[in-house]
Write a protein that binds this ligand. Structure first.
Ligand code: S3P
Length: 455
């Protein structure tokens, strides 16, 4: 994203309180645009996340001839063009910071009768793309990457893809989804088997749009056949549990906090953060409230609690993959040691989240030892405090928001650098965090600590 750099200063202490609704789920919002665009008929999306990542997906489909009205107050109206209705875009599709857009679109565009080029910002241009181009090539796709296997992706459309039976080496919903979306256009059957369960929004939403999907959860396997059609439908996007996670952690670590999060997505392939926080002793009350957009939703009440360190069970890692920056802050405030392993995927997110979080925690005086596949954090305990200091988010939205919450338990101001990308997933975070009780301000240029001293 070409936004100016932005730094925050968060004054220490305080507590979080109130009823909050965080913005719409990022994963569900992307998929709603994609399937709505390819459906027959008009799809209405409500609760759409107006973050830069999902807007990049929306613009890509507009560039391919899809009329999309909005977003206005989270409402989009998509005039589906049908499975064969996309048109060649006039130029490269710039997907900004968004890995989900790039990987899912690679699958969807591999089988089109035209060529496309997918580009992204500096962070996205460093992220591994062979994990999708490799299985797609087995289906007959022709996609060029850089010699390092990164974007830009040059996709030479091939309308004669073949279904494959793919055993994915990584637990990645983006890989699974890219192969399944290519499978919509392929001849025959496409199956994906994963090493561990990952978020299943693609499978759920395909079914919601009327495309038959055969799931075998016990084998972590899903199959579909090419040649069906998608029927337009209404999609009500739940609030994003990954965005709620910052408030779950903030309220847990700040004494006296009491927060209620409304209409949050509770898809069991996403709720690892709830399970991990509970194992650490968090006080979370989850009230299911039915379904929205084919996804379970509910309310979560969180009150401050004395957290203790744990060994995070390996099986929960893919189910909490985006929540680790926040969970590391919880671990830093907990009593004793927290150990995470089997999480090497964190090194190839919007930043190297193991390294960047370890550096930031250390800057706040926390003992954090990065490991190739995880981290060991020695918490300060419920009576302890983090130090104040300056941390660099390296343009990673979730790192920035996690450290904003850390200030609740710091003894001095926490300055967080390079926060502009928070708008990729959580537009309005600053205002909502302030409303809940966080003393967050933009650092003025020339601020003693918040000075833009690098870049
Ligand atoms: C996503 C899948 C996850 C997640 C990302 C969104 C998705 O990535 O980290 O924020 O919408 O499918 P991986 O599939 O790379 O684990």
């Amino acid at each position: 994203m070409d936004t100016a750099r932005r730094d925050w200063v968060v004054r220490p202490g305080g507590r979080l309180a109130g009823r909050l609704r965080v913005p719409g789920d990022k994963s569900v919002s992307h998929r709603a645009v994609m399937l709505g665009a390819l459906a027959d008929g008009v799809t209405e999306v409500t609760g759409f996340l107006e973050g830069a990542d999902c807007l990049a997906t929306m613009r890509a489909f507009r560039a391919m001839g899809v009329a999309i009205e909005g977003p206005e107050g989270g409402r989009l109206v998509i005039e589906g063009v049908g499975m064969e209705g996309l048109r060649p875009p006039p130029g490269p599709l710039d997907l900004g910071n968004s890995g989900t857009s790039m990987r899912l679109l690679a699958g969807l565009l591999a089988g089109q009768p035209f060529d496309t080029v997918l580009t992204g910002d500096a962070s996205l241009s460093r992220r591994p793309m062979r994990r999708v181009t490799e299985p797609l090539a087995r289906m007959g796709a022709r996609i060029e990457t850089t010699p390092e296997g990164t974007a830009p992706l040059r996709i030479h459309g091939n309308p004669h893809l073949r279904g494959i039976d793919y055993r994915s080496p990584v637990a990645s919903a983006q890989v699974k989804s890219a192969v399944l979306l290519a499978g919509l256009y392929a001849e025959g059957r496409t199956c994906v088997t994963e090493p561990a369960p990952t978020r299943d929004h693609t499978e759920r939403m395909l079914a919601g749009f009327g495309w038959p999907v055969a799931r075998e959860p016990a084998r972590q396997r899903v199959c579909l056949e090419g040649g069906h059609r998608l029927r337009a439908t209404a999609v009500d996007v739940p609030a994003d549990l990954s965005s709620a996670a910052f408030f779950l952690v903030g309220a847990s670590i700040a004494p006296g906090s009491d927060v209620e999060l409304e209409h949050v997505g509770l898809n069991p392939t996403r709720t690892g953060v709830i399970e991990i926080l509970r194992r650490m002793g968090a006080d979370l009350e989850v009230t299911p409230e039915g379904e929205a957009g084919g996804e379970p939703v509910g309310r979560i009440r969180v009150r401050a609690a004395r957290l203790h360190g744990i060994e995070i069970p390996a099986g929960l890692v893919p189910l909490a993959i985006d929540e680790f920056p926040a969970l590391f802050v919880a671990a830093a405030c907990a009593e004793g040691r927290t150990v995470l392993s089997g999480a090497e995927e964190l090194r190839v997110k919007e930043s190297d989240r193991i390294q960047v979080m370890a550096e930031g925690l250390r800057a706040l005086g926390v003992a954090a030892e990065p490991r190739p596949d995880g981290i060991v954090i020695e918490g300060v305990g419920s009576k302890g405090r983090l130090g104040g200091g300056t941390v660099d988010s390296r343009g990673d939205h979730r790192v920035a928001m996690a450290f904003a919450m850390a200030a609740l338990r710091a003894e001095g101001p926490v300055v967080i650098r390079d926060c502009a990308n928070v708008a990729t997933s959580f537009p309005g975070f600053e205002a909502l965090a302030r409303e809940a009780g966080l003393a967050l301000e933009e650092a003025a240029a020339g601020d003693e600590d918040g000075r833009r001293g690098h870049g």
